[in-house]
Design a protein around this ligand. Structure first.
Ligand SMILES: Cc1ncc(COP(=O)(O)O)c(C=O)c1O
Length: 442
């Protein structure tokens, strides 16, 4: 590269940003330079109220002292230890702490570095589990329309968001999809779980009849679909999925990357809905979003199927250089301590009715066609601009940012998931500002 073309340190061109309209962003950048508790600080010195817990991950708020300190300390004590054939105590401690708060029946933890990797890991474990039990023909994976399971090939194959799939070739073979559960004609403006749609779980029987249960390894769903716009499971739906998968010898995987760590007012959605899967994928809130880390949890039955053969042999040919990284593990323990000491999962449950009231007060606001909520998560769906899908919500996002609140959009849906430390006046500010934004939006 010619010297005179060397980029300046603050040149925006080199960084190809993820899931971002790069050209639009680089013309009018939105930069955060600091964060504390419920707020971000922008490069031009404004405070922005975090209505999304970063990317659904900073459940305890920002720059929490215990987590910051644990990372600082760990970085000076044991920065890295090999993850294969070697261990260090904190990864084991964190695994036990996770099992402690996980739904009854989850007994083992496999570490990853992200939600996407947790998904790939769970899908691979599912297939290998059946093989280890002598049912190697069970290789099919069933996902759901409008599901989001990260961005790796397994995840986009079982996922059901068209734009995340259509650019990337043929994806994994042997995948089928349940229908999504979004029924706006019947369930619009429902508070909490909708009444209609449990029967959509019966579609699994249709898929089983089509392929044969003996070819299916696992069903993966988000117990509550977050990234696709907060789609709640109809009453009875998850229970049906659980019953059918059990009857057919199919593993049920809950992708709890968003719903984990208090978002719905329980540690995990499995507890909230009273339905326990065979495996769970987690990430995000595991370290309060501060250090990349994910974890797959599974039942003893799944884990024990691998524990056979000579003891010097590796049981599962899978893992990451950073699985159970010491600094991430320390951050995880400090995060779980913070959740516990501050009672944040209970706090989310206590605040949920106030959150619900505030969100539903937006009914009748300009452009709004549906509102959905549960725990401390909510979505406001807008009527799209004719011929320009996603633009109205994106414009709302830009305007909201100018007015000092961070929201997130997916399609023409505004999704909000504030840190669980949010105060009632901040809920009022978030919803009040959003109302102003929508009322003045084209
Ligand atoms: C349900 C679910 N699964 C997986 C992922 C992917 O996580 P990551 O971005 O950490 O890879 C996400 C991210 O939002 C998610 O919501």
């Amino acid at each position: 590269m010619a010297l005179d073309r060397k980029p300046a340190p603050n040149d925006l061109d080199a960084f190809w940003m993820p899931f971002t309209a790069n050209r639009q962003f680089k013309k009018a950048p939105r930069m955060f330079v600091a964060a504390k508790d419920m707020h971000y600080t922008t490069a031009d010195g404004r405070e922005v109220l975090d209505g999304t817990a970063g990317l659904w991950c900073c459940n305890a708020g920002h720059c929490r002292p215990k987590i910051t300190e644990a990372i600082r300390k760990q970085a000076g004590e044991l920065d890295y230890a090999p993850a294969f054939q070697m261990g260090h105590p904190i990864a084991f401690e964190l695994a036990n702490r996770l099992i402690d708060i996980a739904p009854e029946g989850m007994e083992h933890v496999f570490y990853t570095n992200s939600g996407s990797e947790s998904v790939e890991t769970a899908l691979k474990i599912a297939i290998a589990y059946h093989r280890a039990r002598g049912e190697g023909q069970r290789t099919r994976l069933i996902g759901r329309e409008r599901g989001y399971h990260g961005v790796n090939f397994g995840g986009i194959s079982v996922g059901g968001i068209v734009s995340n799939r259509k650019h990337f070739g043929t994806l994994l073979a042997g995948v089928d999809h349940l229908p999504h559960t979004h029924l706006p004609d019947q369930n619009a403006y429902t508070r909490g779980q909708p009444e209609h749609g449990a029967n959509l779980a019966d579609e699994l029987e249709r898929i089983v009849a089509l392929h044969g249960a003996e070819t299916i390894a696992a069903v993966i769903v988000e117990p509550m679909a977050g990234s696709t716009g907060v789609l709640l499971p109809p009453k009875g739906y998850l229970e049906k999925l659980r019953a059918i998968t059990k009857k057919r010898g199919i593993l049920l995987i809950f992708d709890e990357v968003i719903t984990g760590f208090g978002r719905l007012g329980s540690a995990f959605a499995g507890q909230h809905f009273g339905v326990v899967p065979d495996m769970m994928t987690t990430a995000k809130g595991l370290t309060n979003g501060v250090i990349p880390m994910g974890a797959v949890m599974c039942s003893a039955e799944v884990h024990d199927a691998f524990m056979q053969g000579p003891e010097h042999m590796i049981e599962l040919f899978h893992g990451y250089t950073y699985s159970g990284n010491p600094i991430a593990s320390a951050a995880g323990i400090a995060t779980l301590d913070t959740y516990k000491e501050e009672g944040l999962f209970e706090r989310a449950a206590e605040l949920a009715p106030y959150w619900e009231e505030a969100l539903h007060s937006l009914k009748g606001t300009r452009h709004v066609i549906d509102i959905r909520n549960m725990g401390l998560i909510g979505a406001v769906e807008l009527a799209p601009i004719a011929g320009e899908p996603t633009k109205r919500a994106f414009n709302a996002f830009l305007k909201a940012y100018e007015k000092g609140i961070l929201i997130r959009t997916t399609g023409d849906i505004i999704a909000m998931s504030p840190p669980l430390i949010i105060e009632k006046p901040q809920i009022d500010q978030l919803i009040g500002t959003l109302k102003e934004v929508l009322e003045t939006l084209e």
